[in-house]
Design a protein around this ligand. Structure first.
Ligand SMILES: NC(=O)c1ccc[n+]([C@@H]2O[C@H](COP(=O)([O-])OP(=O)(O)OC[C@H]3O[C@@H](n4cnc5c(N)ncnc54)[C@H](O)[C@@H]3O)[C@@H](O)[C@H]2O)c1
Length: 304
């Protein structure tokens, strides 16, 4: 093929992709069936992770729950067992690579290969960068970013050998835009965004595209991770349940990126606007958080 024919082909392919995107908005792909598949969720003891685990168990998944908090993780397992679902709970501190390796081995022995891996566990400090201790910045990266590498390295090989499986990472819209008081958190989530985009590209280039990837980017969810939200127009927060439902819907339809709520997809256009204007727009919208790292939560909640 000459370069000219390739360019013509690319042009036609562009038109095809645009038409397909419009078609997919009207007729989304069917949800895949996950009944009987082994699904591992990190941070399954609370918030979004718990809701994702419960819903995936309702859909017939065989849930493997990892959390640093034994009692809340067991509570999730009990909720699942109460409606007849299957769940095994393991205490795992995902900030520790050795813990991940040891438990991954145990899971393979006791349950089998993981078909769907949901990297969800995350922490947030929330303050001016210079106020946050070095160890807590390090921990944010260990949990929010590095843990994803270690779990993926454990469970991707069996997915690759079958050319089938799904890697899910719960990142954040703070992984797409820098937010005041979230310097370390945003950096950790931007890294996950890059990791997942590159990994999905690598799987495609190497012919392993039977392994799917989904990056979940919610805005603000009422789990308590953001203790003192800023919400000038009382937009309110997403619930963990709605966030989990939207995330799962995207996963089951093999969407590569799921932005929650969908209207937040419009914010992607902000990168085309002048930077100074975007800053003013953010001040106007008044969405974000108040510093929470050293606070006792009872601070002035007036957003401006
Ligand atoms: N809540 C939000 O506003 C929001 C918005 C966007 C993205 N997110 C992301 O969603 C994910 C879940 O957040 P959430 O709001 O449900 O948080 P959460 O605090 O409600 O739950 C987090 C869970 O992770 C567990 N966990 C913490 N450290 C761990 C560790 N070292 N090892 C294993 N488990 C650990 C906790 O015990 C807890 O059960 C996080 O990655 C977070 O960054 C949250």
């Amino acid at each position: 093929m000459t370069v000219v024919t390739e360019v013509v082909y690319l042009g036609l392919y562009f038109l095809y992709c645009c038409l397909e995107s419009v078609f997919r908005i009207c007729f989304p792909p069917r949800r895949k069936n996950i009944a009987g598949q082994n699904v591992l969720v990190t941070g399954a003891g609370h918030g979004i992770g718990r809701e994702i685990a419960i819903e995936l168990a309702r859909l017939g998944g065989n849930l493997i729950l990892w959390d640093i908090n034994q009692s809340s993780n067991e509570a999730t397992a009990n909720i699942i067992r109460a409606f007849g679902g299957t769940a095994s709970a393991y205490v795992c501190d995902v900030s520790k690579k050795d813990d991940i390796k040891r438990l991954a081995e145990q899971v393979r022995r006791e349950v089998g290969d993981v078909d769907i891996l949901v990297n969800n566990a995350g922490i947030l400090n929330g303050d001016e960068l210079l106020e946050i201790d070095d160890d807590d910045i390090q921990k944010t990266f260990d949990i929010n970013t590095m843990a994803h590498f270690w779990t993926i390295k454990e469970f991707l090989p069996s997915m690759i050998s079958k050319n089938k499986g799904h890697l899910v990472c719960v990142a954040s819209m703070a992984g797409r835009f820098g937010v005041c008081y979230l310097v370390d958190y945003c950096a950790s989530k931007f890294a996950v965004y890059g990791m997942m985009e590159a990994l999905s590209e690598e799987l495609r280039c190497t012919g392993k595209d039977g392994v799917k990837t989904t990056l979940v980017c919610p805005t603000v969810v009422d789990t308590g991770i953001i203790k003192i939200p800023k919400d000038r127009f009382n937009v309110g927060m997403l619930t963990a349940k709605d966030t989990a439902d939207a995330a799962i819907d995207g996963v089951l339809r093999n969407k590569q990126v799921v932005i929650i709520p969908r209207v937040a997809e419009l914010s992607i256009c902000m990168s085309l606007l002048p930077r100074k204007f975007v800053s003013k727009l953010r001040d106007f919208a008044g969405i974000g958080l108040f510093p929470q790292y050293h606070s006792n939560v009872n601070v002035n909640r007036n957003p401006r």
